[in-house]
Design a protein around this ligand. Sequence first.
Ligand code: EPU
Length: 340
Amino acid sequence: MTLRIKEHIPLAPMTTMRVGGSARFFARVKSLADLRSGVAFARSQNLPIFVLGGGSNILVPSKGFPGLVLKIECKGIFYEEEGSSSHVIAGAGEVWDEVVRDTVKRGLWGIENLSLIPGTIGGAVVQNLGAYGVEACDALAWVEAFDMQTMKIKKISRDECAFGYRESIFKKNSNLIVVRAAFSICHDGTPHIEYQDVKTFFAENKIEEPALVDIRKAIVAIRTAKMPSSRLGTAGSFFKNPVVSADEFARLERALPGIKAYKQEDNTVKLSAAWLLDKVGGFRGHRQGDAGVYEHQALILVNHGGATAENILSLAQEMKNIIKEKTNVTLEEEVVMMRV
Ligand code: EPU
């Protein structure tokens, strides 16, 4: 089957923030052959390519995208056992949480703390998603990526992925398109329930030794309570939690008593952007027209209905400026703008 390339396709409905214009060209990629045809088409027309997953961490500008948007819909979930270790291998277009749910249903530990995070497998890898003390890279074994330079598939080990906090090689090298990823999972894992919200949940519900299904249930409950309803457009956390040196943190602690932060292994300190935006910025519930800050979580920006990407960015800039002015901390966006 040849790849169907459509023209002038609205992108807002394909993103969770629900803003933005159209793609000049657009195609749904379901196989390696589709990917090859899409890339070849863009090359022949000298068009830029944007790779779209679940659209949960992206802002589309009002003018849309002038090139070819490839929406990755490569499916398939397989399980593989190799001695004592097992892998779940999933196509980049699989919905992340469906893979998590399937592993938990089979009694396999490894990615349960990442329950209910929106997006696809591809997005999870590129972005190295993380929550409740676990990051995608903790369980990742390998990635298969299509290299647009060689037009071939390349198997990339976990080490080669150069993962960091919401960072990976795939963010730096736009020639690589994630096609499949394998995560290590096991039947006899240990719970990671040190994160405060998770500990509190189990204490309140009087669960002393949570089973795998309890952990998924807890995370789903915590996230559901914290995230905006589907009535509002959102892309989850809008900014990263800024990382500062120990010295800088000492200064901040003196200036901002009660500041929420987490010491890291390399002696740097990760600051809670939500705390700064809430307690220092007073931004919870703040609005600039239909672009707003979620009333229960200051790190989450929402579209109340009629906002544009530019409205959201203007609100984000106001927030960055005020935090910089009051604390000298620079906030950096986690959400990515779709651009050439
Ligand atoms: N807090 C406030 N005011 C607020 C919200 C939070 O003071 O309005 C304080 C709370 O005391 C809380 C702390 O800030 O203990 C941290 O908040 P939270 O636990 O909600 O986590 P976060 O740092 O805001 C990060 C990830 C989320 C992930 C959660 C849970 C980033 C940028 N975000 O958020 O990831 O779900 O931890 O682990 O690292 C995402 O990136 O889209 C995302 C959902």
